[in-house]
Design a binder for this molecule. Structure first.
Ligand SMILES: [Zn+2]
Length: 169
């Protein structure tokens, strides 16, 4: 992971923070071309009731409609948390390139178990179990810790007895 990677990854974590503050969930993603140009970014938008509104899925669908196959293959998706199986599948189906994540699904599962959060309805498989040809990098320890705090804050707001006020700052 180089300096540009870290910059885009930090932007994804910032989008995750926006998601949390907007009442959605703390997940954010950035789509970057092979020439290091930011094309599109998004964050989680599930609060209105559609639990498929993950940024990684939105970016894959956008890429399918707005980028050539060659451009998609050269692009990188930076994301605060490793893609879930739905988003990994979408990423694989549309032929996007590398995924760089701040925190892994394994880390998230561990945190949720530790905090006594309800289990996810979808199994937290690693990207490469769903889309084996996708190159994957992560986690990144410092940003993963940021993501952990954002997740902790969300679950604290939902009533789990963890963390404390101001843990996201
Ligand atoms: Zn997802």
């Amino acid at each position: 992971m180089d300096e540009q990677d870290l910059k885009h990854l930090a932007a994804a974590v910032e989008l995750a923070r926006e998601g949390l503050e907007a009442g959605d969930e703390p997940f954010g993603s950035v789509l970057v071309t092979g020439d290091d140009e930011v094309l599109r970014q998004d964050r989680n938008r599930v609060a209105a009731g559609d639990n498929t509104r993950h940024p990684e899925l939105a970016l894959a669908q956008w890429a399918a409609n707005n980028m050539s196959g060659d451009a998609r293959a050269l692009a990188t998706v930076y994301t605060s948390g490793e893609h879930c199986p739905m988003c990994s599948a979408a990423h694989g189906w549309v032929g996007l390139g590398r995924i760089v994540y701040a925190s892994s699904s394994r880390q998230l599962s561990g945190w949720l178990a530790e905090w006594g959060a309800p289990p996810s309805p979808v199994r937290p498989l690693p990207v490469q179990e769903v889309a084996p040809r996708v190159a994957v990098e992560g986690p990144e320890p410092e940003l993963a810790e940021e993501v952990r705090k954002l997740q902790m804050e969300m679950w604290r707001r939902r009533g789990l007895p963890i963390g404390g006020p101001g843990t996201t700052t």
